[in-house]
Unconditional design. Sequence first.
Length: 492
Amino acid sequence: MLLGVVLTILQLQPLRIDKKVFLPGILGLLTIATLLITSPSLHVLTSLVGLAYVLSSYVSSLLGILKRGGPLFLLLLFLIPILAGSLALSSPRCSSSGEEPLDFNKSLFTSISAVSVTGLSVVDIGRELSIEGQCVLLFLIQIGGLGTVTFFVLFMSILGDGLGMRQSRAVREAIDVFDPDQFNSLIITVFTTTFFVELIGFLALSSISESSYFSHLFHSISAFCNAGFSLNADSLASFDTWSLLIMGLLIMVGGLGFPVIFVFWKRLFRKEGYRWPLHLGLVVMTSLILWLSGAVLLALNGEGWGSVFWSVTARTAGFSTSPVTDLSVFALLIMMFLMLIGASPGSTGGGLKTTTFGVMFLVVKAELSAMSKVVFWRRTIPESLIKNAAVLVMVYFVAWLVMLCCLTWLEQSALADGTVSFLSLAFEMTSALGTVGLSMDLTSELTLNSQRVLMVAMILGRLGPLALVVGLASVNGPGDQGVRPEGKVLLG
């Protein structure tokens, strides 16, 4: 009853959102009427109706703010499941019997790692979390795997004019593979492909392994979402060759990106009169080159057939078949390079993205060949795209360097006494920013502040280029400044 009175007061001034007083007046009269009635059910009903109205008012106010700031929208979509998951994981029901409930820092770190599909962990998932906690973690992984881009496009389709013109234009430019009219088809493709591929992976693992069905489901979703979480303390070291093959295929399909899968579906049903887009060619070609070159370099270093899986999992998946600490320095450097590049745009993985790396590689190739245009697949890459790629590379590198410096500064004492090496810190930061999840057994040994730096890195790595593109589109630049004379600067 008291809650109903408080909500009625809040309804009278809901952040100056709606000046109409009809609905608040009706709710107020109902609340006053329930004061004279002793029925608890009426009190609860009135309180719930009032709460729903106040929440809707606050949501309307929030949408007004989001209309003026697209990056805030992305951050909100990211933080809501993180905070909800953190609260859920800290519940005693999510901890195994005999284990203490996760404190706020551990639950927050685990939630961020799951939603960002990174895989870094400060707890033993299989031992410290109950079946309910593992289900919560799996749900967070699924949300994160569907991707920030997917939910952004979904909310664009639902809200209509809820976003500003600049934000809508920025999103269309960021996912220029399809027309705006195809957004709904993309959403359908994303959800159907996700659950279909994960189901196939679950059935395939169940047919060749004697583990529990929940274990097969968990690893199938974790692999397709490139999350890297495993119920086993040794990750995938106990998996046989066929199971590793299935896991590798799930990782590769998830890392290609939903835009590529969407194009393949269109080609399947429209065999005539459809031209392969440039995006698909660049993603497939760059991914193949990175997979093969990484496997060859790791094989030359003595990793054997395991180098094939290492090359695949280093591209944002984060599973391991042996301790990372057993790898040589050369192998670690190769894997750090693969981790920085990451998966493809619109995929379940993070990182700088294969298309960004591919565009910059083509630019270098064109300059060395004295070509006036950057051409790929008989199509010219526009200058605006090249500038965006250069900005993304620079911002990504600066973010990596700044956060690595913060991590090094926070771990000065550990570096001084030799318990931590600079290479292990650099590997950890690269894994976090690339949302990979591989670690040299260092994550849980870091200080609390260092773990917070990793949390920020995982969030930035998952939000990816889209947040930067939308953010740049939200800034009002100066007007036309006229034509200025060219100047020359000495390079090299």
